[in-house]
Design a protein around this ligand. Structure first.
Ligand code: UD1
Ligand code: CA
Length: 491
């Protein structure tokens, strides 16, 4: 397929999107990790256009800021009042002229609220347009319910003559189910000229870009309608129900691609992925999983059930169950969860473990090291082959500053330890259960901090007489006495 590089892509995103009932401009609503406008820009970017202009209006500060951040090479043009799609295109053409752009060649027009649009569809449109030598080619689609869309009107010989908006259409025209998708390829020079000739003589009193078809045809130019392969792709989003539907469809498409590339997704209906997510071969994704941002999962790893990973790397053969992780790194063969929370900067090296009710933040857990149960690891560097006892806290915060704890290779720390940072446990050191580690522990030393245990006999019977505890104690003591007597008789 040979397609020229378009002179420009114009994306319209100035409308209010009233039906979204939102403080957020419509085109900034997100699906699968990207704003709707971002999806359209990603698709049009595949054409490698010389220039791209987004027309902004409602919420222009936010939309403009988004464009600057997400696609810095794209410029914006402000349409102060929304006088229709034709007026919006005129604003874009004027911006391109101000930039000194040459519009000879193809100019592609798309709307910012069609997030399912694919680059291949746009290049197919450009190809059909250029092969036919058209002044304008409209991407059309046959849809189950054409209400609301502009209709593709053809004459008795089936020749495309014009687009008529729903509001302006006759009953006969409304019966047509071939609609205008809102994506077009134009001859740039003709577009620059025709945008000055659009009238407002229609039901909405707006300048319609769709009128360009009839005008160019009237001038004796060729116009065409190229049907989209998949109408689903051109669906516009106007309200939250359509937003959810588009998200579902895009998610299905992404999961389909991932499964065809060799990942198992046990329950696609409860698995949600963002566009940038990558899964290696033989990855198994169990039900109720969300993989967000730039999360990547290595070959043979198992993720889920019940897991959310954001911008997280999972190594080969790792197992991550019932886990919430953000900007974390899980090494090959590592195991996480069930019920673990990995916060930004949590790094588990090869075959490490963060078990049940374990939270790790800004810390490294070395190769083969284990943090199995009920523990908070904050700002720590844990070496290789370490075992951290159950129910420990890395006390990293003194109320003002955060401090680090270091645990050397092959150290064994007892249960219920507090590591009061900054502090260091040397390689091969041990700590006793219940130790509050306030001072560095030398390599190979055993640290204990609790005093000797003291038992005050009979305290419960004296201070809590008549309680179940006191009765249990008395019974046990009596039984022991009887046993002792019995043992005495036998002698
Ligand atoms: C438009 C088409 C219709 C097509 C449908 C496909 C026109 C006149 N009609 O109708 O033929 O079937 O899309 O979804 O083009 N916008 C601006 N400035 C404006 C007006 C709109 O930037 O002054 C932007 C909107 O933000 C939106 C896009 O243009 O992204 C389309 O506008 P919208 O009002 O949704 O057009 P439709 O009535 O859906
Ligand atoms: Ca629309």
């Amino acid at each position: 397929m040979s397609v020229s590089r378009p002179a420009a892509v114009i994306v319209l995103a100035a409308g209010e999107g009233t039906r979204m009932k939102s403080r957020i401009p419509k085109v900034l609503h997100e699906i699968c990790g990207r704003a709707m406008l971002g999806h359209v820009l990603a698709a049009s970017d595949e054409l490698g256009p010389e220039r791209t202009v987004v027309v902004v209006g409602h919420g222009r500060e936010r939309v403009g800021a988004y464009v600057k951040e997400a696609a810095p090479e794209v410029s914006t043009a402000v349409q102060a009042e929304q006088n229709g799609t034709g007026h919006a295109v005129r604003v874009a053409v004027e911006e391109l002229r101000d930039q000194g752009a040459s519009l000879s060649g193809t100019v592609v027009l798309a709307y910012g609220d069609t997030p399912l649009l694919r680059g291949a569809t746009l290049s197919g449109l450009v190809e059909a347009h250029e092969a036919a030598g058209n002044a304008v080619t409209v991407l059309s689609a046959e849809v189950p319910d054409p209400a609301g869309y502009g209709r593709v009107v053809r004459d008795a010989d089936g020749v495309f003559t014009e687009i008529v908006e729903h509001a302006d259409a006759t009953e006969e025209q409304r019966a047509v189910d071939e609609i205008n998708s809102g994506m077009y390829a134009f001859d740039g020079a003709l577009l620059a000229e025709v945008v000055h000739r659009l009238s407002t003589d229609n039901a909405k009193g707006e300048e319609y870009i769709t009128d360009a078809v009839a005008i160019l045809r009237g001038d004796g130019h060729r116009v065409g309608a190229a049907p989209a392969a998949d109408w689903v792709e051109i669906q516009g989003v106007n309200d939250r129900a359509q937003l959810a539907e588009a998200r579902r469809l895009l998610n299905d498409r992404l999961l389909g691609d991932l499964m065809r590339a060799g990942a198992t997704v046990v329950d696609p209906a409860s698995t949600w992925v963002d566009v940038q997510v990558e899964l290696g071969r033989d990855v198994v994704v169990e039900p109720q999983v969300r993989l967000r941002g730039s999360t990547r999962v290595g070959e043979g790893a198992q993720v889920g059930p019940g897991t959310t990973l954001t911008d997280t790397l999972v190594g080969e053969e790792a197992v991550v169950r019932e886990t919430y992780a953000e900007r974390a790194e899980i090494g090959p063969g590592a195991t996480v969860g069930p019920f673990a929370y990995l916060r930004p900067g949590a790094v588990l090296r090869e075959s490490a473990k963060a078990g049940t009710f374990v939270e790790v933040k800004n810390s490294t857990v070395g190769p083969g090291s284990k943090v199995p149960h009920l523990t908070y690891v904050g700002d720590a560097d844990i070496g290789e082959g370490v075992n951290v006892g159950a129910s420990s806290v890395f006390v990293n915060y003194d109320g003002v500053d955060k401090h680090r704890t270091t645990i050397g290779d092959h150290a064994r720390t007892g249960s219920d330890n507090m590591f009061v940072a900054p502090v260091e446990v040397g390689p091969g050191a041990y700590t006793g259960a219940g130790t509050v580690v306030r001072e560095d522990v030398p390599p190979g030393a055993l640290a204990v901090s609790a005093g000797a245990q003291r038992n005050i006999d009979g305290w419960v019977q004296r201070k809590r007489p008549g309680t179940a505890a006191a009765e249990a104690a008395e019974r046990a003591l009596r039984d022991a006495e009887i046993r002792d007597e019995g043992a005495g008789k036998g002698e």
